[in-house]
Design a protein around this ligand. Structure first.
Ligand code: PMP
Length: 388
């Protein structure tokens, strides 16, 4: 047997290029905020998930520095061995209290929270019923679990119920999984309706609140708070978006959290969250929960951009969040549009297949954007739309 056993990688990369699916990174320098620097040039940041503008906030930075001085940089081991610090439980209690749950478990990322929780809750004899646009981490968790996964059309509760009618009785346990705010569209699902179906068909319900936390609900606690849902639920979220840090979590009953501590492999067999990330997130929860003005400013920005886009006759995908998507054509047209915006000092990514079925520009808003910044964005969109 001769030949290069890695040669297939070259041909796979070539096929990604041919399909227009090849991805690469674009480093932004400088502290997180309303501006970033790309290629040494300041550009307005409409690409980040820093919805409350906390990633560059002095209070989070100071909390992270203090925790690092006190504990050092790394957690040094799994939480079950050497990696547990008081700051982890402090963060978990703050999150549980905010989310109206008995307890919480913090993972090293949101991806790992879904990857750990889903296989802990269901296995080969079980069923997962999932929205077709669920985040990749929910899909990966479902695949890892070995459970049968069936998809319903996006946000279509009748389709969800039809699947439950046909398939629920054939399986031991059933887990319904859904994003609450969809990350590449920005719409909010009818969670009250889904929770009713979960109850009617005796299903567990896991909700991914990554893009709702800090944004939706009277205290910013997410869609569960917005819809006033009573428990029990599995509430997943991330510390990396509105909370400006890194890490993920599952909030729920004390029993659920106790169980996950013993069964979630992506929590057991990985190093605990760094003290700096845990401390920054703890500071962020206090701000996100108590600073209603900051959240209101974000919503003013959302309303401003939406109504001005309407005024320009620019169609947006339905959105109930800080994520606003505009479709400008196929993959190439979308990529060109994003490049033109960047030339104009606006950073907003082209999102394209295979991440989504149809290409779009995704703008994410932050509480730290000013009216003048949003007007600059609108000016650029108007200009480039005319040029095409
Ligand atoms: N769920 C959703 C809906 C997300 O958008 C993301 C991040 N893109 C994640 C989970 C994963 O979170 P993290 O970045 O903390 O791994």
């Amino acid at each position: 047997m001769n030949g290069d056993p890695y040669a297939w990688i070259r041909s796979d990369l070539a096929s990604l290029h041919r399909a227009g699916w090849y991805r690469s990174t674009l480093p932004g320098t400088g502290r997180a905020g309303a501006y970033t620097q790309i290629g040494g040039r300041p550009v307005l940041q409409f690409a980040s998930n820093d919805y409350l503008g906390l990633a560059g906030d002095g209070r989070l930075i100071e909390a992270a520095c203090r925790a690092t001085q006190h504990y050092g940089t790394g957690a040094t081991g799994s939480r079950l061995l050497s990696g547990e610090r008081p700051i982890h439980r402090e963060l978990e209690r703050a999150l549980a209290d905010w989310k109206g749950c008995e307890d919480c478990l913090v993972f090293s990322s949101g991806y790992l929270a879904n990857l750990g929780a889903i296989p802990a809750l269901v296995g080969r004899r079980d069923l997962i019923v999932a929205d077709e646009r669920n985040h990749a981490s929910l899909r990966s968790g479902a695949e890892l679990s070995g459970a049968r996964q069936l998809f319903y059309a996006h946000a279509d509760l009748a389709a969800l119920e039809a699947l439950l009618v046909a398939e629920r009785h054939r399986h031991r346990r059933c887990l319904i999984c859904t994003d609450t705010v969809f990350s590449m569209d920005g719409d909010l699902v009818d969670l009250a309706g889904i929770a009713r179906l979960a109850e009617d068909y005796r299903c567990m319900l896991l909700v991914d609140e990554a893009h709702a936390t800090g944004v939706i609900g009277p205290r910013g606690a997410g869609a569960v708070e917005h819809f006033g849902l009573p428990g029990p639920l599995v509430q997943m979220g991330t510390l990396s978006k509105a909370l400006g840090s890194l890490g993920g979590y599952i909030c729920g009953s004390a029993e659920l959290v106790d169980y996950l501590r013993n069964r979630a492999r992506s929590w057991i067999y990985t190093t605990g969250l760094s003290p700096a990330d845990a401390a920054a997130a703890t500071a962020a929860v206090a701000i996100a929960r108590n600073d209603a003005d900051r959240r209101e400013q974000l919503w003013e920005n959302i309303r401003h951009l939406r109504s001005e886009l309407d005024g320009l006759g620019i169609e947006q995908l339905p959105s109930d969040s800080a994520i606003l998507c505009v479709q400008v054509g196929d993959i190439e047209a979308t990529r060109r549009f994003a490049a033109k915006l960047l030339e104009d000092g606006i950073f907003a990514p082209a999102i394209r297949p295979p991440t989504v079925s149809t290409s779009r520009i995704r703008f994410s808003l932050s509480a730290i954007h000013t009216d003048e910044m949003i007007d600059r964005l609108l000016g650029a969109i108007g200009r480039w739309r005319q040029v095409g």
